[in-house]
Design a protein around this ligand. Structure first.
Ligand code: PXL
Length: 273
């Protein structure tokens, strides 16, 4: 049977177009049954001037045990922003206990951007994320996250030699597929570097303006939706890049806190047909 049920584990930021409020609509639009574990509930994401945070770490093993009792399993897992080290450990146990044979494991090590860790994270968390990546089939780090996981100096002026160095450093701890995001070789370009085995394929497109919050979550969700819908690794990475580009184009600069992906959902559905 080709029916896929995916599990995504991320926080709910009630306002802010990131994590579950992005992943759930995008994966559903791709026609995929999506189960969730909310890892925390925040009033809004952490780039706002303040936020409330209700940690749900202790719920994760409780939910897992109930699923095991009922024999509920998943054909794919996609993880994004997780709140703390313990959650990363719990996600690893879900990967080993709740997934069907040959389930695809997609990890977006969402923890940093623009050369900096997000508020609340430290290097111990970055190291634990690196360990979670080791368990994955596909990882989707941006340049900052890659630098943190490989102890490399963060640069904004990218060259192919630098990107190849980053990918070869990832290869020292991880053998799966890599979709490196935010890879552009001139000021007005951004894109992706996709590495299945050794070969690196690039896809560049126009960069609309400097960083839009939540872009990584829109990208990872669209990528996952396309991949689980049966597209190849490179096509999924390209569809997600085109979709994210269109979404950012929809987003007025004043809408600083997120990406307006909603008006573009119909185009994503067309792209994955
Ligand atoms: O993946 C972005 C993200 C998700 N969730 C929360 C965040 C952020 C980025 O800052 O704060 C709570």
């Amino acid at each position: 049977m080709d029916y896929k049920r995916i599990l995504t584990v991320q926080d709910i930021s009630c306002v802010g177009q990131c994590s579950l409020t992005v992943a759930l609509p995008i994966l559903s639009a791709c026609g995929i049954e999506t189960a969730i574990i909310p890892s925390a509930v925040l009033s809004n994401h952490t780039a706002f001037s303040g936020f409330t945070f209700r940690d749900l770490t202790d719920e994760i093993p409780v939910i897992k045990e109930e699923w095991l009792r009922q024999n509920i399993g998943f054909s794919a897992i996609y993880t994004g922003y997780l709140g703390n080290l313990k959650q990363v450990e719990y996600v690893k146990s879900i990967m080993s206990e709740c997934l069907e044979k040959n389930a695809v494991k997609i990890v977006d090590p969402a923890m940093a951007d623009g050369g900096k860790l997000y508020t609340g994270f430290d290097m111990a968390y970055a190291n634990e994320m690196k360990n979670l990546c080791k368990e994955a089939d596909i990882i989707l780090p941006n340049i900052t996250e890659t630098c943190l996981m490989t102890d490399t100096e963060y640069k904004t002026d990218l060259s192919k030699a630098y990107v190849e160095e980053l990918i070869s450093k990832i290869r020292s701890f991880y053998n799966g597929k890599i979709v490196l995001t935010g890879v552009g070789f001139s000021e007005d370009k951004t894109g992706i570097a996709v590495c299945d085995q050794n070969e690196i394929l690039y896809y560049e497109h126009e960069k609309i303006r400097g960083g839009c919050h939540g872009t990584g979550d829109v990208y990872a969700s669209a990528f996952t939706g396309a991949l689980i819908s049966g597209k190849s690794l490179f096509d999924s990475a390209k569809i997600a890049a085109d979709f994210t580009y269109k979404c950012i184009k929809e987003t007025e600069p004043e809408h600083w806190y997120g990406v307006r992906f909603e008006p573009q959902i119909k185009n994503l559905i067309e792209m994955i047909k």
